[in-house]
Design a protein around this ligand. Structure first.
Ligand code: MN
Ligand code: MN
Ligand code: MN
Length: 292
């Protein structure tokens, strides 16, 4: 693993703070990025931009260039896909309204999971699961912990096996909008839509090409070629996909918490040559000097 540098820049365009499921506050995250030599950072919390203001203040103090970001959930052929939005107008009214709806969708899913598990007769299940999520919208792992605590199952593995795993009652899919819709939110707010970590969806190569094609049709402009936890084979495959679809290339660590060296701020495998970096297309391009 190498720290990606382009003419002295270290660019990380995907990470999470306590505004979603990250462990560090936006301020601490930016400080850590600075210590790790990151020069350009996009904070991309799940379906929110709530951390950007605090991150922006910290970035100014640290000398980091902060790029507006978020990571949006959507559906494509019944798969949950993540779209990173970069360099958009944070004041865009439609985007902010859409983010509100995304948040409502998360809560709706949590309530539905609780309803599906009502036969377990656990009082205040949503509230208890919310407690496990530190006040945030609970997901299946949080429900699993409550089930263990309430003695409905002996451990989390059993909770998934009986109630929450694939095909079980509590396996409720997210109420997400379509891929096309989400890409439009980003582009209409003046930003660039990036297909996040394409290998994480466990799609066949054929399906991934279909996804990338649909994404581009919808107005998507970049894919994450370099993200953490990838093999060099993945990197080569994604670089090829990027070239073939004529998309811009992005990179980001997807950092969530300290102590995971394979997923650390600024630690990203160097992108193969011959790709057009997404940051050359930001409103204030990184690494391109205006002609004199
Ligand atoms: Mn996450
Ligand atoms: Mn993701
Ligand atoms: Mn992420």
């Amino acid at each position: 693993m190498t720290i990606t540098q382009e003419a002295g820049f270290c660019i990380d365009l995907h990470c999470h703070s306590t505004a979603s499921d990250g462990a560090l506050s936006p301020e601490d995250l930016v400080r850590r990025a600075g210590e790790r030599g990151v020069t350009h950072l996009a904070l991309t919390d799940h379906d929110t931009i709530a951390g950007l203001k605090e991150a922006g203040t910290a970035a100014q103090a640290t000398g980091i260039s902060l790029v507006a970001g978020t990571e949006l959930s959507c559906l494509w052929r019944s798969h949950t896909i993540h779209i990173v939005g970069l360099d958009f107008d944070v004041a865009d009214k439609d985007l902010n309204a859409a983010l509100e709806r995304q948040n409502d969708n998360r809560w709706r899913r949590a309530r539905t999971i609780a309803e599906k598990l009502s036969k377990l007769r656990i009082d205040h299940l949503v509230e208890k699961a919310t407690g496990k999520a530190g006040g945030d919208v609970p997901g299946r792992p949080h429900f699993a912990r409550v089930l263990v605590e309430e003695g409905a199952v002996k451990d989390s593995a059993q909770a998934f096996k009986r109630y929450l795993g694939s095909g079980k009652a509590g396996d409720v899919k997210g109420f997400w909008p379509s891929l096309e819709e989400v890409v439009q939110w980003v582009t209409r707010a003046g930003g660039i839509a990036v297909l996040a970590h394409p290998r994480k969806y466990k799609l066949t190569a054929t399906k991934l090409r279909a996804l990338t094609g649909d994404f581009r049709q919808a107005g998507g402009r970049a894919i994450e070629v370099s993200t953490s936890g990838q093999s060099s084979g993945d990197l080569g495959f994604l670089a090829e996909l990027c070239r073939r679809e004529n998309l811009l290339a992005s990179q980001g660590s997807d950092f969530h918490f300290p102590g995971a060296p394979w997923c650390e701020l600024g630690s990203i495998m160097k992108m193969p040559d011959g790709l057009e970096p997404v940051w050359h297309h930001f409103r204030q391009p990184v690494g391109i000097h205006p002609a004199v």
